[in-house]
Every structure is written in C-alpha cells, then in structure tokens.
Design a protein around this ligand. Structure first.
Ligand code: ADP
Length: 491
C-alpha cells in the first residue's frame, strides 16, 4: 500500500504533464461517478413511485368498479372489469376477492372460483380496511384496495405490478452513465494533455534558453506568445542573463586589465633586475679589487667601508637573482604535466646536499604522489621550504624535516613540509608570504624575503594554496595543495 502511494507520488512528482493528466482524469472520474450514481438513485425512486402510483390507482379503480358485481356475485361482469386492467402495462395480475377470500375475478381465468388461502391474503381479509401495499419487493409490488358498499367491506381488489422493467431501465442508465464517464475522462485527458504540452513546451523552450546561456551564447531570442505566468518567468530569466552578461563583460575587462598590468610588472621586474646585474657586477668586482689591493694600506675606516660595499653588492646580487626567479615563474614556466613529487624532491635535496650535511639535517619523505606541476618549479618549491626549515632551525637541536602527503579532495593532494625549528608567531602566518617580508628576529639569517612569496606564486600557478601552521619553539608545518595527476582509486 505504502509502496503504491510512493510509486504514485514518484510518478506525479516528476512531471507536470502527468500531474495534469492524472489530476483531470481523476476529477472527471469522481465527478461523473457521483453524477451517474445520483441519476440512477433518482431514476430508481421515480420509477418506484410511478409504478406504485399506477398500481394503487388501478386497484382503487378496480375496487370502485367492482362494487355492484361483487354484490351481485357476477363473475362475468367482473371479468370485464379485470379485462380492462389487463391491457395496462406492467400489470402482472389483478383479482377481486369477496370478504371470504372467494376469487370472483382474476386475470388468470383458471383461478376464478378458487379461494385464497395464503397467509398474506388471510391477514388482508381479517385486517383493517384501508388500501395498502401487500407486497413490495424489487421484482414486484401488489396494491390492495377494499371493495366497500355502504361502509361495509365486501371484498378486495388486488393489482400486482411488475418491477423488473425498472431493473433493466436502471441498467440502461448505468450503462449510459459509464459511457458518458469514460467519454468525459477521455475528453478531459485530451484537454489536459494539450494544456500540459503547451505548458511544458514553453518551459522546455525556457530551459533551452538557459542551456544556451550556460554554453556562453549571447544570442538568446525572446520567446513569443507566452502565457502571462511563463512570460514573467522568461522576463526574470532575461534580466538575470543580462546581469550575467554585464558582470561577465566587467570581469573580462578587469581580467584583461589585470593581465596586462601583471605582464607589465613582470616585464618591468625582469628588465629592471636583468639590467641591474651588469652595473652591479662591475661595482662588486671593483669593490673586491679595491679590497684586495688596498686592504691595510688605507685607514681602518676605509677598510670597513670597502667591506660594507662588498657585502652590500653580494646581497644585492642575491636579491636580483631571486627577483628574476620570481618574475620568471609565469613567463618562463613549463606547461603543467604529471610529475612524481618524489622526483622533484630528489632534485631539491641534491641542490641542498651541502647545506643539509652541514646542519646534520634529517629529511624523511613518505608516499609522495604524482601531481600536475612544472617539475623545475616544484623542485624549487621544495628547495625553498626545506632551505627555510634548515635556516630557521632551533638553536639546540639538529633539523628534522618530514615531508608527507594526504588526499585533500577528489582533485587535490595536500603536501606538508614539517620541521622542528624555532616556529613562527601566529600574527606572522600571512605576512611571511608577502614579498620582501622577513621577521625582525631573523634579520641575521641570510635571505631576501622572497622565498615564500616565490613558493606562493608557484603553488598558485599550479592551482593550489599554501599556508603555515606553527607553534613557537616547537616547529612549523608548511602545507600546500596541488592538483592530482590521476583521480583517486575507488578504495
Ligand atoms: P627569507 O628566508 O629569504 O627571509 P622567506 O620568504 O623564505 O624569506 O621567509 C620569510 C620569513 O618567514 C623568514 O624571514 C622567516 O622569518 C620566516 N620563516 C620561513 N620559513 C620558516 C621556518 N621553516 N621556520 C621558521 N620561520 C620561517
């Protein structure tokens, strides 16, 4: 039962067309059944009353016409009275009996002269003298009217009416009613189908327009001849589409502007840092020459100043090299391709071998996946993070660096580089990724403040994000997300 209701609900919930058709068919079926039922009941009542009226009328008429013949005991005369009754439709039989139950007249002449002995007739003879119904069954009715002379009961006139014709007449009403009901359901269903088709056709046209909008088309025509309600929906849809197009245009303009200013900036950074290299190289070479030739020949202040120039030159060389690397991330990156992260890590560790050995650093890497990346840039990302882990190590323990991976989502991996270094205070978690931002406490360590900005730029190019979790004195973990080269296995 509940399964049936569930099925019906599922059938109705999925389509307006089905709802309309089934709804209208059901309404027609119920209304027509009620109507036909009512009609049959009325017809039944009418036929019953009609038969009763006619039966009783005939009995009374027969009683009046029989008085003189009963008084005279004239069977022949009575047979004429009864003969006239025989011609009335649906008369089963008619008879006249005297007060002793002697049949004086009967439509069946064989019964004339007999005595009625059944209980019903006997009770009639001994009961009160008013006209009444003696039999009232679905197939027949019998009316009995007293034959009275001078206030004295001298006999009974009885007429039986056949009711079977009523049954067939009612059957006919039922049959016609069912035919009309089916016709009404058919016509109603047809009209509902037509209405639902029109309605759903307009909705489908609207859905087509939505599809075209989704596919980026701009040439979406207005739909003609829509009913008012759907026209309101369509005009809301068109307003929405226009808003989307306007925003899309604005966005495109902003993106183009951003792209060109980004490209300008990259070009500027690249040209500036590239062109700065030559004069800087000259300056540092001559400063080093000065230092080699004249150290000890001038006073101690001069030696110190020459030392500052050499140091500043070296630092500036590092800055320019890092800046160039930073500027090249987008312009000189390779297209992203599946890369085993393990291989990029091996390259990074190879470049850092001396530094790692010098610091007695321990690096543990486990189960690194294949990711979508530019291998050189991924190696550079690992290199920067591991280098920082060593550079900002805890003064009292050798660095221990763990590199691990977890599945972040269907498309992304999360790779984490955890160290046991000095840690970072939470208020600097975002700041350290900004270019040239260094922490006051680390001013002594070598660095330009570009490393993490570079990491962020690489990760963003790969379509991921980078962030840090850290506890001061315990260590830091740098996490970055990166696109997986393959979708996850079902396991
Ligand atoms: P740089 O190392 O050249 O100073 P980075 O951008 O690589 O520049 O780092 C920015 C700052 O973030 C560093 O100055 C340092 O204070 C902090 N930092 C980076 N990595 C770590 C780390 N693993 N542990 C502690 N501090 C770190």
């Amino acid at each position: 039962m509940t399964r049936g209701i569930g099925l019906l609900r599922a059938l109705l919930e999925r389509s307006i067309l089905r709802r309309l058709v089934l709804g209208i068919a059901a309404v027609h079926a119920v209304m027509m059944t009620v109507f036909v039922g009512d009609l049959v009941l009325r017809q039944q009542a009418f036929l019953a009353a009609d038969t009763a009226d006619r039966g009783m009328g005939l009995a009374r008429m027969m009683a009046v016409n029989s008085v003189s013949w009963v008084l005279a005991d004239d069977i022949k005369g009575l047979s004429e009275v009864i003969g006239s009754i025989r011609n009335y439709p649906n008369v089963l039989y008619a008879m006249v009996v005297d007060h002793n139950g002697h049949v004086l007249g009967h439509t069946d002449s064989l019964k004339v002269g007999l005595y009625v002995t059944d209980g019903l007739s006997r009770s009639l003879l001994t009961g009160h003298t008013e006209a009444r119904w003696t039999v009232d069954s679905p197939v027949m009715m019998e009316a009995a009217a007293p034959v009275v002379f001078d206030g004295r009961l001298i006999g009974w006139a009885r007429v039986a009416m056949d009711r079977r014709h009523q049954v067939s007449s009612l059957r006919g009403v039922w049959r016609d009613g069912i035919l009309y009901t089916m016709g009404a359901i058919l016509v109603g269903t047809g009209v509902a189908l037509w209405m639902a088709r029109r309605l759903t056709r307009d909705l489908r046209r609207l859905a087509d327009s939505a599809d075209r909008l989704r596919n980026g088309e701009r040439d979406i025509p207005r739909l003609p001849f829509l009913p008012m309600e759907i026209a309101t929906l369509e005009s809301a849809f068109m307003t929405m589409a226009e808003t989307i197009w306007r925003r899309e245009d604005e966005l495109k303009r902003s993106v183009a502007l951003l792209k060109s200013s980004n490209a300008d900036l990259e070009q500027f950074a690249y040209v500036a840092s590239h062109d700065l290299q030559t004069p800087l190289r000259e300056m540092t070479s001559y400063a080093q020459l000065l230092k080699r030739r004249y150290q000890g020949h001038l006073d101690s202040d001069a030696d110190e100043f020459i030392g500052f120039i050499v140091q500043g030159g070296k630092r500036m060389t590092c800055l320019i090299r890092d800046l160039l690397d930073y500027a090249r991330i987008s312009s000189q990156g390779q297209p992203l391709a599946p890369v085993p992260a393990e291989r990029a890590l091996t390259v990074a560790l190879g470049s850092l071998r001396l530094m790692l050995d010098g610091a007695r650093a321990e690096v543990v890497a486990d189960g690194l996946p294949e990711v979508l990346a530019d291998e050189t840039q991924l190696a550079s990302l690992f290199q920067n993070l591991i280098q920082n882990a060593v550079k900002y190590r805890h003064s009292e323990r050798p660095p221990r660096i763990t590199i691990s991976a977890t599945r972040e989502s269907a498309e992304m991996w999360r790779i984490s580089v955890a160290d046991n270094g000095g840690g970072i205070e939470p208020q600097y978690f975002d700041k350290i990724f900004v270019i040239f931002q260094r922490l006051q406490s680390d001013r002594d360590a070598d660095g330009t403040g570009i490393g993490l900005a570079l990491c962020q730029r690489i990760v963003r190019r790969f379509g991921g994000a980078i962030w840090v979790e850290s506890e001061l004195g315990k260590g830091s973990t740098f996490h970055f997300t990166i696109r997986a080269a393959t979708p996850p296995s079902p396991a």
